[in-house]
Ligand binder design. Structure first.
Ligand code: 3PG
Ligand code: MG
Length: 396
């Protein structure tokens, strides 16, 4: 898809509404990960240096159309200022008089952050009147929030119809990385899909089998496939009602000439707890009273061997219960092998979606993949082959 970028756009003296994703993770009132803010800096700096008046709009958490004080963007605006290393102004509202007055006071190059757009029900309803209130604040619209682009909301979609709309540099980087991985990848291309449930990743698996040469299935999701093939999985997490679906996916893969790789050995314990006694067995030999918590070393060795032949890899979801040691072993070993091939220039590696970023950070290789998306749900929907409304609105 061709989309409008900031190349050649005159922004000096213009009011630019920049849709960002300031929805950073917070625990006990503290921001636990600044990645989304860091990734946003290039666009803000470029616009500001070119003399734009930058007006940052974002949602934060899910206040459901009400002003929830604990979901204010004020502390995030402060953190953004620290990450940017410059003054950031904050407006107590995202529309209406407080927003308008804050915008009127801006000088060229200034950066303003508006209060949470989800304090208004019109945001998630994509209400044209709310979109118009946002549009009134600016001359141009730039969307840098790929991670919110799966939402057809006023600030991601509605407003793009009311102002000249462009992709910011982060949005551009995300789209270019994702397209190079699945839309026109250098082959052979493989996908590693982990996580716990087949039911949440059905569309994703269905789309992938038509696109990749090799589909590696790991995590608890693999248990459902193993059980569907008639193997005993003991007390493992699995979805019995998804067996027929799993077999359909395997049949679809076969018809599409996509090779599906399931674990050949697994690491077991009696329960999911840190450092319990474990056993490693072939997938055919899982006892009834044990559960599968990671893929085994033979599986990892086989996957590493396959990596040597691959040119492109897309990764979503850990292959084991990586948050609980030692069930992080396979995910970490695989991530490190992918990083090594990437560093050697032999592999293009793109990863994203929820847990994947934490798993790669845990493995110490977050910076060593070709591209790691900060998107959760948007990355999944993109892998499902869906058109993201916030992206479609930027189409050239
Ligand atoms: C995210 O954190 O994945 C995005 O900011 C979207 O948030 P949402 O799932 O609340 O729409
Ligand atoms: Mg979320």
């Amino acid at each position: 898809m061709a989309f409008r970028t900031l190349d050649g756009v005159a922004v000096a003296g213009k009011r630019v509404l920049l849709r960002a994703d300031l929805n950073v993770p917070v625990r006990d009132g503290k921001i636990t990960d600044l990645t989304r803010l860091e990734r946003l800096c290039p666009t803000i700096r470029e616009l500001s240096a070119a003399g734009a008046r930058v007006i940052v709009a974002s949602h934060f958490d899910r206040p459901k159309g009400k002003r929830v004080p604990s979901m204010s963007l004020a502390p995030v605006a402060t953190a953004l200022g620290q990450v940017l290393g410059r003054k950031v102004i904050f407006a107590e509202d995202c529309i209406g008089l407080p927003a308008q007055q804050a915008v009127e006071r801006l000088r060229d190059g200034d950066v303003l952050v508006l209060e949470n757009t989800r304090f208004y029900p019109g945001e998630e309803k994509n209400d044209p009147a709310f979109a118009a209130d946002l549009a009134k604040l600016a001359d141009l619209y730039v969307n840098d929030a790929f991670s919110a682009a799966h939402r057809a909301h006023a600030s991601t979609e509605g407003v793009a119809k009311l102002l000249p709309a462009y992709a910011g540099r982060l949005m551009q980087a995300e789209l270019e990385a994702l397209e190079s991985a699945l839309s026109h990848p250098t082959r052979p291309v493989a996908a590693i899909v982990g996580g716990s449930k087949v039911s949440t990743k059905l569309d994703l698996l269905g789309n992938l089998v038509g696109k990749v040469n090799v589909l590696v299935i790991g995590g608890a999701m693999a248990n459902t496939f193993l059980a569907a093939e008639g193997l005993g999985v003991g007390k493992s997490l699995q979805e019995a009602e998804m067996h027929a679906t799993a077999r359909d996916i395997l049949a679809k893969a076969k018809a599409a000439n996509c090779e599906v790789v399931l674990p050949v050995d697994v690491v077991l314990a009696a329960e999911l707890a840190p450092n319990p006694p474990t056993r490693t067995v072939p997938v055919e030999a899982v006892p009834a009273d044990m559960m599968i918590l990671d893929v085994g070393p033979a599986t990892v060795a086989g996957l590493k061997q396959r990596l040597a032949a691959l040119k492109t890899l897309v990764w979503n979801g850990p292959v084991g219960a990586f948050e609980t040691p030692p069930f992080d072993a396979a995910t970490t070993a695989l991530a490190q092998a992918v990083a090594e091939r990437t560093r050697a220039g032999a592999l293009r590696s793109v990863a994203g979606g929820g847990d994947t970023v934490s798993a790669l950070r845990h493995a110490g290789v977050l910076e060593q993949f070709s591209y790691v998306s900060t998107a959760g749900g948007a990355f999944l929907e993109w892998m499902e082959g869906k058109t993201l409304p916030g992206v479609a609105a930027l189409e050239a």
